[in-house]
Each structure stands twice: as structure tokens, then as C-alpha cells.
Ligand binder design. Sequence first.
Ligand code: HEC
Length: 117
Amino acid sequence: MRTVIVAALMLALCAGCSARRGEPVSEPLKIDNAKLARGERGFMAHCNKCHPGGEKGLAFALNNKPLPGFMIKAQVRAGAGAMPAFSRELITGEELDEMLEYVTLLRSSPPPPGENR
Ligand code: HEC
């Protein structure tokens, strides 16, 4: 039930989001501190196979919507549909925070030239 509520909230928040599917990110990400570097490693290890580079892969894109951090965390802890839940044994709170920073960075990277947001 909680998952359903979270999913509904996310859909509501995303109304009007611009879709950025499959386009390459135009500029290299600035991974300029250790926390982000760990976040990137965690993302690659746990999330990238379904959310490649934050783009739409097997799952929804993560880089095109202003989902607040606590909702992303809720999604990761609870899972939803085809997305597995990740327990604290798998991803610690600290690791999840680092991964969120990385996801936020993915989101802030500018779209390719010529693309309207
Ligand atoms: C096995 C594939 C898989 C993996 C691994 C995975 N996800 Fe997902 N993810 C999904 C699917 C499928 C959905 C859509 C679920 C639904 O609502 O039905 C989703 C949805 C999401 C959403 C909600 C997006 C939206 O638009 O509502 C977030 C946030 C998210 N995933 C983050 C993550 C993070 C962070 C990780 C790594 C810890 C991760 N996912 C790992 C498959 C995956």
C-alpha cells in the first residue's frame, strides 16, 4: 500500500516533466569529490543496469524529474513493480545518500545542445 502511495505521489510530481530519453548527456559529469565518486560507484553497482546513466533503460528515466530525495529513498527501500527493494544490509544509509547526490548530479547535467527542456 505504501508503495502505491509513493508511486502515485511521484506520478503527480512528474506531471509536466520533460522527457529526456536515450539522448546522450552532453557534458561529462563533474565528479569532483570523494562522496560523489562513491555515489557513482554505488549507482553503477546497484542501479545502472536498469537506469543506465539515469536514462530510461529497463525502467523510467531518473534524470528528468524533480523527485525529492526522500521519495527516491522510499522507492529504493520499498521497491515498486519490477524494481527490487534494497535493504540496509545491501545499501547503507550513508551509501544511499551518496548515490542520491550522484542522481542529483545526473539531473543537473545540461541537455544536449538544441534540445528544449
Ligand atoms: C531490476 C531493475 C532495477 C534496478 C536494479 C533499480 N531500479 Fe529503479 N526502477 C525500476 C523499475 C522497473 C521502476 C518503475 C517501478 C514502478 O513504479 O513500477 C523503477 C523506478 C525507480 C524510481 C521512480 C522513478 C519514477 O519515475 O517514478 C526511482 C527513483 C528509482 N527507480 C531509483 C532507483 C535507484 C536509486 C536504484 C539503485 C539503488 C534503482 N532504482 C535500481 C527498476 C530498477
